[in-house]
Design a protein around this ligand. Structure first.
Ligand code: NOJ
Length: 478
Protein backbone atom coordinates (compact mmCIF):
# COMPACT_ATOMS: atom_id res chain seq x y z
CA UNK A 1 0.00 0.00 0.00
CA UNK A 2 1.42 3.38 -0.96
CA UNK A 3 0.49 4.97 2.35
CA UNK A 4 1.93 2.40 4.74
CA UNK A 5 5.09 4.39 5.32
CA UNK A 6 3.92 7.65 3.76
CA UNK A 7 4.48 11.15 5.05
CA UNK A 8 1.36 13.22 4.55
CA UNK A 9 1.84 16.98 4.70
CA UNK A 10 -1.12 18.87 6.15
CA UNK A 11 -2.02 22.00 4.25
CA UNK A 12 -4.34 24.43 6.01
CA UNK A 13 -5.53 26.15 2.82
CA UNK A 14 -6.35 29.45 4.48
CA UNK A 15 -2.75 29.89 5.61
CA UNK A 16 -0.51 28.18 3.05
CA UNK A 17 -0.21 30.50 0.05
CA UNK A 18 -2.39 33.30 -1.25
CA UNK A 19 -2.36 33.74 -5.04
CA UNK A 20 -4.71 36.70 -5.47
CA UNK A 21 -3.68 39.17 -2.80
CA UNK A 22 -6.84 38.96 -0.67
CA UNK A 23 -4.81 37.85 2.34
CA UNK A 24 -6.34 34.36 2.46
CA UNK A 25 -4.63 31.28 1.05
CA UNK A 26 -6.22 29.47 -1.89
CA UNK A 27 -5.97 26.40 -4.13
CA UNK A 28 -3.93 28.17 -6.81
CA UNK A 29 -1.51 29.24 -4.12
CA UNK A 30 -1.13 25.63 -3.00
CA UNK A 31 -0.41 24.59 -6.61
CA UNK A 32 2.27 27.30 -6.83
CA UNK A 33 4.04 25.84 -3.80
CA UNK A 34 3.95 22.15 -4.73
CA UNK A 35 7.61 22.22 -5.66
CA UNK A 36 8.42 22.77 -2.00
CA UNK A 37 6.58 19.59 -1.06
CA UNK A 38 8.16 17.58 -3.88
CA UNK A 39 11.62 18.88 -2.90
CA UNK A 40 10.95 18.02 0.74
CA UNK A 41 10.03 14.48 -0.29
CA UNK A 42 6.57 13.98 1.19
CA UNK A 43 4.22 11.48 -0.44
CA UNK A 44 0.91 13.25 -0.18
CA UNK A 45 -0.82 16.36 1.02
CA UNK A 46 -3.99 16.52 3.06
CA UNK A 47 -6.07 19.62 2.48
CA UNK A 48 -8.15 20.83 5.39
CA UNK A 49 -11.64 21.79 4.10
CA UNK A 50 -11.94 24.19 1.18
CA UNK A 51 -15.65 23.54 0.52
CA UNK A 52 -18.22 26.36 0.52
CA UNK A 53 -18.72 27.40 4.12
CA UNK A 54 -19.87 30.38 6.18
CA UNK A 55 -16.54 29.80 8.03
CA UNK A 56 -17.85 29.69 11.58
CA UNK A 57 -15.35 26.86 12.01
CA UNK A 58 -13.17 27.79 9.02
CA UNK A 59 -14.51 25.18 6.66
CA UNK A 60 -15.39 22.47 9.17
CA UNK A 61 -18.93 23.84 8.74
CA UNK A 62 -19.63 22.71 5.20
CA UNK A 63 -22.55 24.21 3.25
CA UNK A 64 -21.91 22.27 0.01
CA UNK A 65 -19.94 19.01 -0.05
CA UNK A 66 -19.32 19.18 -3.80
CA UNK A 67 -17.94 22.65 -4.32
CA UNK A 68 -15.06 25.02 -3.61
CA UNK A 69 -15.58 28.14 -1.53
CA UNK A 70 -14.92 31.21 -3.70
CA UNK A 71 -12.31 32.42 -1.22
CA UNK A 72 -10.28 29.28 -2.07
CA UNK A 73 -10.99 29.24 -5.83
CA UNK A 74 -12.99 27.04 -8.17
CA UNK A 75 -13.44 23.39 -9.12
CA UNK A 76 -11.13 24.04 -12.06
CA UNK A 77 -8.47 25.19 -9.61
CA UNK A 78 -8.94 21.94 -7.71
CA UNK A 79 -8.55 19.89 -10.89
CA UNK A 80 -5.42 21.85 -11.80
CA UNK A 81 -4.01 21.31 -8.31
CA UNK A 82 -4.55 17.54 -8.49
CA UNK A 83 -2.95 17.42 -11.96
CA UNK A 84 0.03 19.47 -10.79
CA UNK A 85 0.41 17.25 -7.72
CA UNK A 86 0.29 14.12 -9.89
CA UNK A 87 3.05 15.48 -12.12
CA UNK A 88 5.21 15.67 -9.02
CA UNK A 89 4.26 12.25 -7.72
CA UNK A 90 2.16 13.70 -4.89
CA UNK A 91 -1.23 12.37 -3.88
CA UNK A 92 -4.00 14.63 -2.60
CA UNK A 93 -6.14 13.71 0.41
CA UNK A 94 -9.24 15.68 1.35
CA UNK A 95 -11.03 16.26 4.61
CA UNK A 96 -14.40 14.59 4.98
CA UNK A 97 -16.63 16.25 7.59
CA UNK A 98 -19.44 13.72 8.01
CA UNK A 99 -20.62 14.36 11.56
CA UNK A 100 -22.22 17.75 10.95
CA UNK A 101 -22.97 20.27 8.22
CA UNK A 102 -23.08 24.02 8.42
CA UNK A 103 -26.36 25.35 9.77
CA UNK A 104 -26.50 27.19 6.43
CA UNK A 105 -26.36 23.99 4.41
CA UNK A 106 -29.67 23.82 2.45
CA UNK A 107 -30.19 20.34 3.92
CA UNK A 108 -30.84 21.84 7.34
CA UNK A 109 -33.97 23.66 6.18
CA UNK A 110 -34.96 21.31 3.34
CA UNK A 111 -34.46 18.03 5.20
CA UNK A 112 -34.72 18.69 8.94
CA UNK A 113 -35.24 14.94 9.42
CA UNK A 114 -31.61 14.42 8.34
CA UNK A 115 -30.56 15.95 11.67
CA UNK A 116 -30.99 15.00 15.32
CA UNK A 117 -33.74 16.68 17.30
CA UNK A 118 -35.15 16.49 20.84
CA UNK A 119 -37.99 18.15 22.70
CA UNK A 120 -35.71 18.78 25.65
CA UNK A 121 -31.89 18.80 25.84
CA UNK A 122 -30.12 15.94 27.63
CA UNK A 123 -26.76 16.38 29.40
CA UNK A 124 -24.54 15.93 26.33
CA UNK A 125 -21.74 18.45 26.01
CA UNK A 126 -20.40 20.26 22.97
CA UNK A 127 -16.67 19.75 22.33
CA UNK A 128 -16.27 23.51 22.60
CA UNK A 129 -18.02 23.77 25.97
CA UNK A 130 -21.65 24.10 27.07
CA UNK A 131 -24.67 22.10 26.03
CA UNK A 132 -24.64 20.24 22.72
CA UNK A 133 -28.22 21.40 22.09
CA UNK A 134 -29.62 24.65 20.69
CA UNK A 135 -33.19 25.69 20.02
CA UNK A 136 -34.69 26.14 16.57
CA UNK A 137 -38.45 26.50 15.90
CA UNK A 138 -39.41 25.30 19.38
CA UNK A 139 -37.26 22.14 19.32
CA UNK A 140 -33.62 21.39 20.05
CA UNK A 141 -31.07 20.23 17.49
CA UNK A 142 -27.85 18.47 18.41
CA UNK A 143 -24.45 20.02 17.70
CA UNK A 144 -21.41 18.17 18.97
CA UNK A 145 -19.31 21.24 18.11
CA UNK A 146 -20.39 24.88 17.48
CA UNK A 147 -24.14 25.65 17.33
CA UNK A 148 -23.54 26.53 13.66
CA UNK A 149 -22.66 22.82 13.08
CA UNK A 150 -25.84 20.70 13.45
CA UNK A 151 -25.15 16.95 13.67
CA UNK A 152 -26.39 14.74 10.86
CA UNK A 153 -28.34 11.57 11.58
CA UNK A 154 -26.23 8.75 10.16
CA UNK A 155 -29.04 6.28 10.70
CA UNK A 156 -31.01 8.04 7.97
CA UNK A 157 -30.37 6.29 4.61
CA UNK A 158 -30.74 9.59 2.71
CA UNK A 159 -27.87 11.09 4.70
CA UNK A 160 -25.68 8.11 3.88
CA UNK A 161 -26.58 8.31 0.18
CA UNK A 162 -25.84 12.06 0.03
CA UNK A 163 -22.52 11.60 1.76
CA UNK A 164 -21.54 8.66 -0.44
CA UNK A 165 -22.29 10.83 -3.45
CA UNK A 166 -19.95 13.56 -2.14
CA UNK A 167 -17.25 11.02 -1.31
CA UNK A 168 -17.32 9.61 -4.85
CA UNK A 169 -17.36 13.09 -6.39
CA UNK A 170 -13.86 13.97 -5.21
CA UNK A 171 -12.39 10.52 -5.77
CA UNK A 172 -13.60 10.77 -9.37
CA UNK A 173 -11.78 14.11 -9.58
CA UNK A 174 -8.54 12.51 -8.48
CA UNK A 175 -8.45 12.61 -4.67
CA UNK A 176 -6.55 9.65 -3.19
CA UNK A 177 -8.50 9.45 0.05
CA UNK A 178 -9.81 11.25 3.09
CA UNK A 179 -8.94 12.28 6.57
CA UNK A 180 -12.30 11.82 8.31
CA UNK A 181 -13.28 14.38 10.90
CA UNK A 182 -14.65 13.64 14.38
CA UNK A 183 -15.62 10.00 13.87
CA UNK A 184 -16.15 9.48 17.59
CA UNK A 185 -19.12 11.84 17.29
CA UNK A 186 -20.61 10.25 14.19
CA UNK A 187 -23.25 8.13 15.90
CA UNK A 188 -24.81 8.53 19.29
CA UNK A 189 -27.31 6.69 21.44
CA UNK A 190 -30.57 6.61 19.44
CA UNK A 191 -32.52 6.92 22.71
CA UNK A 192 -30.58 10.13 23.52
CA UNK A 193 -29.92 8.93 27.05
CA UNK A 194 -27.87 11.13 29.37
CA UNK A 195 -24.18 10.37 29.69
CA UNK A 196 -23.82 8.69 33.11
CA UNK A 197 -21.26 9.86 35.70
CA UNK A 198 -17.68 8.74 34.98
CA UNK A 199 -16.40 5.67 36.79
CA UNK A 200 -12.99 5.45 35.12
CA UNK A 201 -10.59 7.75 33.28
CA UNK A 202 -11.28 8.27 29.57
CA UNK A 203 -7.63 7.77 28.62
CA UNK A 204 -7.15 11.06 26.74
CA UNK A 205 -7.41 14.67 27.95
CA UNK A 206 -10.94 16.04 28.26
CA UNK A 207 -12.45 19.27 29.53
CA UNK A 208 -13.17 19.44 33.27
CA UNK A 209 -16.90 19.02 32.61
CA UNK A 210 -16.42 16.10 30.22
CA UNK A 211 -14.17 14.32 32.71
CA UNK A 212 -17.08 14.00 35.13
CA UNK A 213 -19.08 11.99 32.61
CA UNK A 214 -18.69 8.52 31.11
CA UNK A 215 -19.10 9.62 27.51
CA UNK A 216 -20.91 6.44 26.57
CA UNK A 217 -24.09 7.79 24.99
CA UNK A 218 -23.07 11.08 23.40
CA UNK A 219 -20.52 9.41 21.10
CA UNK A 220 -19.07 6.15 19.77
CA UNK A 221 -22.39 4.33 19.45
CA UNK A 222 -21.88 0.60 18.76
CA UNK A 223 -23.15 0.94 15.17
CA UNK A 224 -20.46 3.49 14.20
CA UNK A 225 -18.52 0.82 12.25
CA UNK A 226 -21.62 0.26 10.13
CA UNK A 227 -21.50 3.93 9.06
CA UNK A 228 -17.80 3.56 8.32
CA UNK A 229 -18.59 0.50 6.23
CA UNK A 230 -20.90 2.66 4.11
CA UNK A 231 -18.16 5.25 3.72
CA UNK A 232 -15.69 2.57 2.69
CA UNK A 233 -18.23 1.10 0.26
CA UNK A 234 -18.31 4.43 -1.63
CA UNK A 235 -14.55 4.82 -1.91
CA UNK A 236 -13.10 1.34 -1.93
CA UNK A 237 -9.35 1.55 -2.46
CA UNK A 238 -9.00 5.13 -1.18
CA UNK A 239 -6.98 5.88 1.95
CA UNK A 240 -9.21 6.57 4.95
CA UNK A 241 -7.58 8.00 8.06
CA UNK A 242 -9.86 8.63 10.99
CA UNK A 243 -9.85 11.31 13.61
CA UNK A 244 -11.16 9.05 16.38
CA UNK A 245 -10.75 10.67 19.76
CA UNK A 246 -10.23 7.44 21.68
CA UNK A 247 -7.22 5.69 23.20
CA UNK A 248 -5.74 3.22 20.71
CA UNK A 249 -6.92 0.22 22.78
CA UNK A 250 -10.44 1.10 21.58
CA UNK A 251 -9.70 1.51 17.86
CA UNK A 252 -10.36 -2.04 16.76
CA UNK A 253 -13.99 -1.73 15.55
CA UNK A 254 -13.12 1.43 13.63
CA UNK A 255 -10.13 -0.09 11.92
CA UNK A 256 -12.34 -2.71 10.31
CA UNK A 257 -13.16 -0.07 7.71
CA UNK A 258 -10.49 2.61 8.14
CA UNK A 259 -6.85 2.23 7.18
CA UNK A 260 -5.48 4.19 10.11
CA UNK A 261 -6.41 6.40 13.05
CA UNK A 262 -4.58 9.38 14.49
CA UNK A 263 -2.49 8.42 17.51
CA UNK A 264 -3.80 10.86 20.11
CA UNK A 265 -1.92 9.28 23.02
CA UNK A 266 1.37 10.40 21.52
CA UNK A 267 -0.02 13.74 20.40
CA UNK A 268 -0.91 14.50 24.01
CA UNK A 269 2.21 13.05 25.65
CA UNK A 270 4.53 15.54 27.31
CA UNK A 271 8.17 15.81 26.20
CA UNK A 272 9.40 13.21 28.63
CA UNK A 273 10.99 9.91 27.63
CA UNK A 274 8.73 7.83 29.90
CA UNK A 275 5.52 9.47 28.72
CA UNK A 276 6.54 9.17 25.07
CA UNK A 277 7.55 5.55 25.52
CA UNK A 278 4.25 4.67 27.22
CA UNK A 279 2.28 6.27 24.39
CA UNK A 280 4.32 4.57 21.66
CA UNK A 281 4.17 1.22 23.44
CA UNK A 282 0.39 1.40 23.83
CA UNK A 283 -0.21 2.58 20.29
CA UNK A 284 2.07 0.12 18.52
CA UNK A 285 0.48 -2.90 20.23
CA UNK A 286 -1.77 -3.07 17.16
CA UNK A 287 -1.40 -1.80 13.60
CA UNK A 288 -3.23 1.28 12.36
CA UNK A 289 -1.48 4.27 13.93
CA UNK A 290 -1.15 7.46 11.92
CA UNK A 291 1.36 9.59 13.82
CA UNK A 292 0.73 13.28 14.33
CA UNK A 293 2.18 15.76 16.79
CA UNK A 294 0.52 18.99 15.70
CA UNK A 295 -2.18 20.36 13.44
CA UNK A 296 -4.60 23.26 13.13
CA UNK A 297 -6.16 22.35 16.51
CA UNK A 298 -3.03 21.84 18.65
CA UNK A 299 0.22 23.70 19.24
CA UNK A 300 3.17 23.34 16.92
CA UNK A 301 6.34 21.40 17.72
CA UNK A 302 8.33 24.47 18.74
CA UNK A 303 5.68 25.80 21.09
CA UNK A 304 4.58 22.48 22.57
CA UNK A 305 7.95 20.90 23.18
CA UNK A 306 10.20 23.98 23.26
CA UNK A 307 12.40 25.24 20.41
CA UNK A 308 15.28 23.18 21.84
CA UNK A 309 13.30 19.94 21.37
CA UNK A 310 11.54 20.63 18.06
CA UNK A 311 14.17 18.86 15.97
CA UNK A 312 14.10 15.79 18.19
CA UNK A 313 10.30 15.79 18.00
CA UNK A 314 10.52 15.85 14.19
CA UNK A 315 13.02 12.99 14.34
CA UNK A 316 10.65 10.95 16.49
CA UNK A 317 7.60 11.71 14.34
CA UNK A 318 9.40 10.72 11.16
CA UNK A 319 11.10 7.55 12.42
CA UNK A 320 8.11 5.76 13.93
CA UNK A 321 6.62 2.88 11.92
CA UNK A 322 3.57 3.76 9.82
CA UNK A 323 2.21 6.89 8.16
CA UNK A 324 3.12 10.25 9.66
CA UNK A 325 1.32 13.56 9.30
CA UNK A 326 3.46 16.70 9.21
CA UNK A 327 1.73 20.04 9.75
CA UNK A 328 2.72 22.89 7.42
CA UNK A 329 5.42 25.07 8.98
CA UNK A 330 6.68 22.39 11.35
CA UNK A 331 9.39 21.52 8.83
CA UNK A 332 10.99 24.92 9.49
CA UNK A 333 10.25 25.01 13.20
CA UNK A 334 7.69 27.77 12.85
CA UNK A 335 6.14 28.65 16.21
CA UNK A 336 2.57 29.38 17.22
CA UNK A 337 1.26 32.91 17.13
CA UNK A 338 0.75 34.91 20.33
CA UNK A 339 -1.53 33.10 22.78
CA UNK A 340 -4.86 34.36 24.00
CA UNK A 341 -5.69 36.09 20.72
CA UNK A 342 -8.83 34.53 19.38
CA UNK A 343 -10.10 37.12 17.04
CA UNK A 344 -11.59 34.60 14.62
CA UNK A 345 -11.87 31.16 16.23
CA UNK A 346 -13.97 31.18 19.38
CA UNK A 347 -12.19 28.08 20.64
CA UNK A 348 -8.90 30.03 20.62
CA UNK A 349 -7.09 28.14 17.85
CA UNK A 350 -5.98 31.10 15.72
CA UNK A 351 -2.51 30.82 17.16
CA UNK A 352 -1.91 27.47 15.43
CA UNK A 353 -3.02 28.83 12.07
CA UNK A 354 -0.69 31.73 11.27
CA UNK A 355 0.50 31.78 7.65
CA UNK A 356 3.31 29.68 6.31
CA UNK A 357 6.60 31.60 6.27
CA UNK A 358 8.25 31.26 2.87
CA UNK A 359 10.72 34.14 3.00
CA UNK A 360 11.92 36.96 5.25
CA UNK A 361 9.50 39.62 3.94
CA UNK A 362 6.95 41.06 6.42
CA UNK A 363 4.13 38.75 5.29
CA UNK A 364 6.60 35.88 4.84
CA UNK A 365 5.86 35.59 1.11
CA UNK A 366 2.40 34.26 1.97
CA UNK A 367 0.50 37.12 0.36
CA UNK A 368 1.02 40.39 -1.44
CA UNK A 369 -1.94 41.79 0.49
CA UNK A 370 -2.84 42.07 4.16
CA UNK A 371 -2.62 38.53 5.63
CA UNK A 372 -5.73 37.36 7.51
CA UNK A 373 -3.36 36.59 10.40
CA UNK A 374 0.13 38.10 10.54
CA UNK A 375 3.33 36.14 10.09
CA UNK A 376 4.82 35.16 13.47
CA UNK A 377 8.56 35.56 12.86
CA UNK A 378 9.14 35.32 9.11
CA UNK A 379 12.35 37.31 9.28
CA UNK A 380 13.91 34.71 11.58
CA UNK A 381 12.21 31.51 10.44
CA UNK A 382 11.46 30.92 6.77
CA UNK A 383 11.79 28.32 4.02
CA UNK A 384 14.07 30.35 1.76
CA UNK A 385 16.83 30.85 4.32
CA UNK A 386 16.63 27.29 5.63
CA UNK A 387 16.85 25.70 2.18
CA UNK A 388 20.35 27.08 1.79
CA UNK A 389 21.49 25.93 5.22
CA UNK A 390 22.47 22.26 5.61
CA UNK A 391 22.17 22.64 9.40
CA UNK A 392 18.63 24.01 9.34
CA UNK A 393 15.57 22.21 10.66
CA UNK A 394 14.27 22.09 7.09
CA UNK A 395 17.38 20.23 5.92
CA UNK A 396 17.03 17.84 8.85
CA UNK A 397 13.39 17.11 8.01
CA UNK A 398 14.32 16.52 4.37
CA UNK A 399 17.09 14.13 5.43
CA UNK A 400 14.65 12.35 7.74
CA UNK A 401 12.24 11.86 4.86
CA UNK A 402 14.99 10.14 2.89
CA UNK A 403 16.19 8.13 5.86
CA UNK A 404 12.76 6.82 6.84
CA UNK A 405 12.59 4.84 3.60
CA UNK A 406 15.55 2.79 4.83
CA UNK A 407 14.16 1.91 8.25
CA UNK A 408 13.15 -1.67 8.94
CA UNK A 409 9.64 -2.86 9.69
CA UNK A 410 8.10 -2.69 13.14
CA UNK A 411 9.60 -1.15 16.25
CA UNK A 412 11.49 -2.51 19.24
CA UNK A 413 11.64 -0.21 22.24
CA UNK A 414 15.07 -0.30 23.86
CA UNK A 415 16.17 0.02 27.46
CA UNK A 416 17.81 3.38 27.97
CA UNK A 417 18.97 5.80 30.63
CA UNK A 418 16.29 7.89 32.39
CA UNK A 419 15.16 10.68 30.09
CA UNK A 420 16.19 8.86 26.94
CA UNK A 421 13.69 7.35 24.51
CA UNK A 422 15.27 4.72 22.29
CA UNK A 423 13.99 2.26 19.73
CA UNK A 424 15.20 0.08 16.93
CA UNK A 425 13.80 -0.25 13.43
CA UNK A 426 15.66 -3.10 11.78
CA UNK A 427 19.32 -2.19 11.52
CA UNK A 428 18.74 1.39 12.65
CA UNK A 429 18.54 2.59 16.22
CA UNK A 430 17.11 5.93 17.23
CA UNK A 431 17.71 7.66 20.55
CA UNK A 432 16.23 10.88 21.85
CA UNK A 433 17.51 12.71 24.90
CA UNK A 434 14.53 14.60 26.31
CA UNK A 435 16.54 16.14 29.15
CA UNK A 436 18.72 19.22 29.58
CA UNK A 437 21.76 17.07 30.50
CA UNK A 438 24.07 14.80 28.56
CA UNK A 439 22.79 11.20 28.76
CA UNK A 440 24.10 7.83 27.59
CA UNK A 441 22.28 6.51 24.54
CA UNK A 442 22.00 2.89 23.29
CA UNK A 443 23.10 3.70 19.74
CA UNK A 444 25.10 0.95 18.05
CA UNK A 445 27.10 1.19 14.88
CA UNK A 446 27.66 4.11 12.61
CA UNK A 447 26.08 7.52 13.08
CA UNK A 448 23.58 8.20 10.28
CA UNK A 449 21.85 11.41 11.28
CA UNK A 450 21.81 13.75 14.27
CA UNK A 451 19.57 16.66 15.13
CA UNK A 452 22.56 18.99 15.27
CA UNK A 453 26.28 18.61 14.64
CA UNK A 454 27.99 17.05 17.65
CA UNK A 455 24.77 15.71 19.18
CA UNK A 456 26.33 12.29 19.60
CA UNK A 457 29.39 12.46 21.86
CA UNK A 458 30.87 8.99 21.91
CA UNK A 459 28.04 6.89 23.35
CA UNK A 460 26.17 9.86 24.85
CA UNK A 461 23.70 12.39 23.52
CA UNK A 462 24.06 16.11 24.19
CA UNK A 463 21.15 17.81 26.00
CA UNK A 464 17.95 18.07 23.92
CA UNK A 465 19.31 16.14 20.96
CA UNK A 466 18.61 12.94 19.10
CA UNK A 467 20.42 10.73 16.64
CA UNK A 468 20.04 7.71 14.40
CA UNK A 469 22.74 5.08 14.04
CA UNK A 470 23.03 1.99 11.91
CA UNK A 471 24.80 -1.21 12.73
CA UNK A 472 24.47 -4.92 12.92
CA UNK A 473 22.51 -6.14 15.90
CA UNK A 474 23.49 -9.65 16.89
CA UNK A 475 21.01 -11.62 18.96
CA UNK A 476 22.12 -12.06 22.60
CA UNK A 477 24.29 -15.13 23.23
CA UNK A 478 22.95 -18.25 24.89
C1 NOJ B 1 -11.90 18.45 14.23
C2 NOJ B 1 -11.27 19.49 13.38
O1 NOJ B 1 -9.88 19.23 13.26
C3 NOJ B 1 -11.55 20.82 14.05
O2 NOJ B 1 -10.81 21.87 13.49
C4 NOJ B 1 -13.03 21.07 14.00
O3 NOJ B 1 -13.33 22.24 14.72
C5 NOJ B 1 -13.83 19.91 14.60
N1 NOJ B 1 -13.33 18.63 14.21
C6 NOJ B 1 -15.26 19.99 14.20
O4 NOJ B 1 -15.40 19.71 12.83
Amino acid sequence: MWWENAVVYQVYPRSFQDSDGDGVGDLRGIAERLDHLAWLGVDALWLSPFYPSPMHDFGYDVSDYKGVDPVFGTLDDFDALVAAARERGLRVLLDLVPCHTSIEHPWFSEHPDWYIWADEPNNWLSAFGGSAWSKRNGRYYLHSFYPEQPDLDWRNPDVIAAMQDALEFWIDRGAAGYRIDAIDRLLKDPGLRDDPPATEAFGLPLSAKEEKLALTHSRNAPDTPEALRRIREAVDGALLVGEVYLPSAKWQPYLEHLDAAFAFELLHASWDADALRRAIEATTRRPGAAWVLSNHDFGRLVTRFGAENARSAAMMLLTLPGPAFLYQGDEIGQGDGPGGQCEFDRAGRDRYRHPMQWDASPAGGFTTGEPWLPAVDAERTNVEAQREDPRSMLSLVRDLLTLRRLLGEGIELLDAAPGVLAYRRGDHSIAINTTAEERPAPLDGELVLETEPGALRGRALAPHTAAVAMGLHLPPMG
